[in-house]
Design a binder for this molecule. Structure first.
Ligand code: JFZ
Length: 441
């Protein structure tokens, strides 16, 4: 926090994290599934035989793709193989506890039959609502649903990136009413949702009206108390986003961790936070030709574990195909992650920063409010011995491998310092060791 705080009407309204049950629940879930699904899945990063190397969901902004052509794609959107129960079942078997779905991305196409727009699923050959069955199936599988909503709307005649004259201002006002109506409609249609995930809030027209986004956030909270909304929604009256002009977080959690993770606990300033991650380098919607590095199961697990060890949530993105099925790579990843989570998920859910000195072998995670600390080992030293350095007045009373329940006997090697000797150094997935520690003796 800066030394000289200035008076703000539309800055942060709270110091520190939310302490209510809805927020505690969100915080405990730790692992989410993001889904980017929309018209961009039809071209899948290709148009007229040419490949677009940018993010597939941005193809409408590519000079090779005429807007008129993109804006006709809804006439082909017909996900005949969409099976929401199967989607939910695979998310559950992966270990995801919440899901975020794109109700409307920058292109403006709505996956629900909004009464405020004609550019929706109702105008497609599919005709029926997609969101309702999806939310119902996920909720039945025990998975919370959050709604992604882009403020930027490339299809709406009243959207303006900046307001340059009186006509723009009038359009901007109409657009604000439209946004408010659509969000209230989503809450009214889908009352089980737990939060909104806002995006596309970086244009001047939005940033320069901090009063509107502040009032909108409070309006949504009044319609649906407990709703979780990140820091990407609002700006303060000086145009500062995420953190207000006094450096205080706006919204319920820090939403700026996009395809990157904090390095240390100091980077998160005690705030709740969530990271969203793509499987290839930068593709959210379906792209037929993934280029560059594609993350492996172990790489993704390490990001998940690192996030939880630093008090954050980790959300992995999927881009289903236009027919409603998932590409093989994504299916294999879900299976692989799920196999590990099934055995080791106890280390993830309700996990928090452990407060122990980080070691090179991996990450510590403490089950919230308990003496149970997990070591998640990604790098086994050639010695096979894992160093554990405990804070003063803390002692290690036992250790066991989560997967096998095998007991390990820690070797005391110095004051508050131990070696845990791994019986078997060969493994092809991260090993989790549950430590029993006692503090205050
Ligand atoms: C946005 C979208 O443009 C993108 O298509 C995707 O939906 C993603 C989840 O969100 O992209 C962003 C938004 C914010 C940053 C980077 C990319 N950011 O804050 O660095």
């Amino acid at each position: 926090l800066k030394k000289d705080t200035i008076a703000l009407i539309h800055g942060a309204h709270r110091m520190g994290n939310r302490t209510d049950a809805d927020m505690a629940r969100w915080r405990s879930l730790r692992f989410g599934q993001f889904i980017h699904w929309g018209l961009y899945a039809i071209p899948g990063g290709e148009w007229n035989g040419k490949t677009y190397n940018g993010a597939a969901e941005w193809i409408r902004s590519w000079k090779e793709m005429p807007h008129e052509d993109y804006d006709k794609l809804y006439r082909q959107f017909n996900p005949v193989n969409f099976n929401p129960q199967q989607w939910a079942a695979q998310a559950k078997s992966m270990g995801a506890k919440y899901m975020i779905i794109t109700t409307k991305h920058h292109d403006g196409f709505c996956l629900w039959p909004s009464k405020y727009s004609k550019y929706t699923i109702a105008s497609s050959p599919w005709k029926k609502d997609l969101l309702g069955p999806m939310i119902e199936a996920y909720n039945k599988a025990g998975i919370d649903v959050h709604l992604y909503f882009s403020i930027i709307d490339w299809n709406h005649p009243d959207y303006r990136a900046s307001l340059k004259n009186a006509a723009d201002s009038a359009a901007g006002k109409r657009f604000q009413v439209f946004v408010k109506n659509q969000l209230a409609e989503l809450l009214q249609r889908y009352p089980t949702i737990k939060g909104f995930w806002f995006d596309g809030t970086w244009d001047d027209s939005w940033k320069n009206d901090g009063a509107f986004s502040d009032e909108l956030e409070q309006y949504l909270q009044s319609l649906h108390p407990g709703l979780v909304m990140g820091s990407r929604l609002r700006a303060d009256e000086k145009g500062a986003r995420h953190f207000d002009s006094n450096g205080r977080l706006m919204g319920d959690y820090e939403q700026g961790w996009e395809r990157k993770l904090p390095a240390t606990i100091d980077d998160v300033h005690g705030n709740d936070w969530e990271a969203v991650m793509t499987v290839p380098e930068n593709q959210w919607g379906y792209h037929a030709k993934w280029a560059g590095h594609v993350k492996t199961v172990n790489e993704i697990l390490e990001m998940l574990v690192k996030s939880v060890s630093l008090n954050g949530n980790f959300v992995l993105n999927f881009g289903p195909k236009a027919d409603g099925t998932y590409r093989t790579e994504e299916q294999q990843l879900m299976t692989g992650i799920g196999q590990w989570m099934k055995v080791n998920g106890d280390a993830i859910y309700n996990g928090t920063y452990a407060g122990f000195e980080k070691q090179d072998w991996g990450y510590y995670i403490r089950k919230a409010g308990t003496d149970s600390v997990y070591m998640v080992v990604f790098n086994i030293p050639v010695s096979g011995s894992l160093r554990v350095k405990l804070p003063a007045r803390t002692s290690l009373t036992g250790a066991s491998v989560l997967q096998s329940n095998a007991t390990l006997t820690p070797e005391l090697i110095g004051r508050n310092e131990y070696f845990i000797h791994l019986p078997n150094k060969t493994t092809d997935s991260p090993v989790v060791i549950l430590l029993k520690t006692v503090t205050g003796e």
